[in-house]
Design a protein around this ligand. Structure first.
Ligand code: ATP
Length: 216
């Protein structure tokens, strides 16, 4: 088993919240790996562009993990000259880490459900494992293509995942935290407090920089 596997969670993180952070930390502990990397996207390719810059979203992730050595903010997509396609990220990670080291891409079940719409998604498992987190309100996919893909690649074994470079899909149920970035943006827009949905440092940053439509 390779405890040094590169495990990462990509996302818009607009803003990062305790649902992301708790998921990343629980997976790090469950898998027994050194750390989980959080990779904010540069320009979202699957959704309309958010109002915050990539640098701002990265800074919020940085602030959120600053006292937690098991989590790390990774700037590779934000600093990249290319738009954020998962395939590019996986190819560059594979190139950087070599052919043997396990790479694990974490995603929520909501993201997994949309996988067949992602650029060259079937190649992801050639480069990495997919770790899919069951999330409140989202079930295992109905779509036939994804059902077949899941049946072909699914494993229940963490040690299999950590002893091979790529190729498996692993589902894991975690403590449900029904928090979304959308909910936080709406809460702020209504003039209500979003405290305790995410770290106080992130809320302070949002207030200091007047993000999400804050005026005072
Ligand atoms: P939005 O509400 O803007 O769509 P989000 O809260 O879903 O945002 P993203 O940045 O889109 O956050 O998500 C990044 C990754 O984190 C995705 O794989 C998503 O499934 C996962 N995720 C988001 N919220 C949670 C949560 N509460 N619990 C577990 N995983 C989550």
């Amino acid at each position: 088993m390779d405890k040094n596997a590169f495990v990462f969670m990509g996302g818009t993180f607009d803003p990062i919240h305790n649902g992301h952070l708790r998921t990343a930390l629980e997976l790090q502990q469950w898998m027994g790996v050194e750390r989980v990397n959080l990779i904010p996207s540069k320009e979202p390719v699957h959704r309309s562009a958010p109002g915050r810059s990539a640098e701002q979203r990265l800074q919020m992730v940085d602030l959120a993990v600053q006292n937690e050595p098991a989590l790390h903010a990774d700037a590779r997509e934000v600093k990249s000259a290319k738009p954020s396609f998962s395939l590019h990220t996986l190819e560059s990670l594979r190139y950087e880490l070599g052919g043997e080291r396990p790479i694990c891409m974490i995603m929520g079940m909501d993201a997994y459900q949309t996988l067949p719409t992602w650029h060259e998604w079937e190649r992801f498992v050639d480069l990495a494992h997919l770790i899919v987190v069951r999330r409140p309100g989202y079930d295992v996919p109905e779509c036939d293509t994804l059902k077949k893909f899941t049946a072909k690649h699914e494993t229940e074994s963490v040690s299999k995942v950590l002893s091979t470079p790529a190729g498996f899909v692993l589902f894991h149920e975690l403590t449900p935290l029904g928090i979304s970035a959308t909910q936080i943006r709406q809460t702020i827009a209504r003039g209500l407090s979003p405290r305790y949905l995410f770290p106080d440092q992130v809320w302070q940053y949002i207030q200091d920089n007047r993000l999400y439509g804050l005026t005072n």
